[in-house]
Design a protein around this ligand. Structure first.
Ligand code: MC0
Length: 152
């Protein structure tokens, strides 16, 4: 039998804060702000055409289960994307919260059964090949909420 600790957590399967997504107009300027002000470094950067974002993941801390917590900076790549709409309406700022889970489909199903609208019937591809599902902000106290299953 393995000596590895048995993972525990709430019924939702959500066990950590994966990232806070922040909408910005100029990704490079925002990266520079987080580097200069807090010393956070970019661990990963990519363009996600489906979501219409150029994004950077800045590592805040690692955890003993291999998961980590990031600041995710999001610059829109097109005017009709969710982040572009958000910037137009609210300006720069916190766009969403993302919780980590070992099984994004199971977490989404369980949360959906509690009356929260799950925006993605099937998980989509998120940063660094993670699998992601969004929950409607109007059912989550005004907070756009993402569930993330890391690819590692
Ligand atoms: C919209 N609303 C928000 C919001 N975006 N409230 C809180 N936080 C946000 N980020 C509110 C609006 O103010 C509005 O409220 C209502 O929701 C409808 O918004 P809308 O933009 O007019 O209409 P929809 O329905 O076309 O779009 C909203 C919705 C959409 C949340 C469904 O943006 C969506 O599907 N988002 C999920 C995908 C996403 O955001 N992708 C970008 C990050 P009122 O009161 O005016 O009705 S991609 C990402 O993060 C990936 C790459 C990753 O993490 O790996």
């Amino acid at each position: 039998m393995s000596d590895a600790p048995v993972p525990t957590g709430p019924f939702s399967g959500l066990t950590r804060l994966d990232h806070v997504g922040i909408a910005c107009r100029d990704l490079d300027a925002s990266i520079e702000f987080y580097r200069r002000t807090y010393g956070f470094e970019v661990e990963h950067q990519e363009v996600n055409e489906e979501q219409g974002v150029r994004e950077a993941m800045l590592l805040v801390n690692g955890t003993d289960d291999g998961g980590a917590t990031y600041i995710q900076l999001l610059e829109p790549t097109r005017d009709d994307s969710p982040v572009a709409k958000f910037l137009e309406r609210n300006g720069e700022g916190v766009h969403h919260l993302a919780f980590g889970t070992a099984d994004v489909a199971a977490s989404a199903e369980g949360i959906g059964e509690r009356g929260v609208r799950v925006l993605d019937a099937e998980p989509r591809v998120g940063t660094a090949d993670s699998r992601i599902v969004f929950l409607h902000p109007k059912d989550c106290g005004g907070v756009l909420t993402e569930l993330v299953q890391s690819s590692q």
